[in-house]
Design a protein around this ligand. Structure first.
Ligand code: AMP
Length: 120
C-alpha cells in the first residue's frame, strides 16, 4: 500500500495509488504511480498520476510545479521503456469540456500506432 498525501476518499485514482482498487502497474516511486488504462485508446495507453491528490492541470501552482516537471521525466522514461521509439503523445484533460472524467491529475501516454491528425 502506498501513502497518498491529500487522500480523497471519493477519488478513484487515490484509491488505485493506495492499492484499494487493483491496477495494472507499470511504474511506481515515492512521488508518482503509473498504470495501464482500463479502456486503451492505443496499443500503449498508460496513465501517470502524482501520489498526492491534485485535481487537474488547472490546480498546478508554483508550489507543485516541481512535482509536475518530475512526472514528465518519468513519462519520458516510461515511453522509452515501452519502446515507443517512433513517437508518442502525452495528454492531460482538464474539466468537463476538456473531457476529464477522473478529477485527479493524470497524464495519458499514448503510442504504438500513428496518432497524427487526431486532436480531439
Ligand atoms: P480522463 O477521461 O482524461 O479523466 O481519463 C481517465 C481515464 O481513466 C480514462 O481513459 C479511463 O479509461 C481510465 N480509467 C477509469 N477507471 C480506470 C481503472 N479502474 N483502471 C485504469 N484506468 C481507468
Amino acid at each position: 500500500m502506498s501513502n497518498v498525501q491529500n487522500y480523497d476518499p471519493d477519488c478513484l485514482f487515490c484509491k488505485i495509488v493506495r492499492g484499494d482498487i487493483p491496477s495494472d502497474k507499470v511504474y511506481e516511486d515515492e512521488l508518482c504511480y503509473a498504470f495501464r488504462d482500463i479502456d486503451p485508446q492505443a496499443p500503449t495507453h498508460i496513465l501517470v498520476v502524482p501520489k498526492t491528490h491534485i485535481a487537474s492541470c488547472g490546480a498546478v501552482t508554483a508550489e507543485n510545479a516541481g512535482l509536475v516537471g518530475y512526472i514528465f521525466t518519468v513519462i519520458a522514461q516510461i515511453a522509452a521503456a515501452e519502446g515507443l521509439d517512433k513517437g508518442w503523445r502525452v495528454v492531460s484533460n482538464v474539466g468537463p469540456d476538456g473531457g476529464q472524467s477522473v478529477p485527479h491529475l493524470h497524464f495519458h501516454i499514448l503510442g504504438g500506432r500513428c496518432l497524427s491528425g487526431q486532436m480531439g
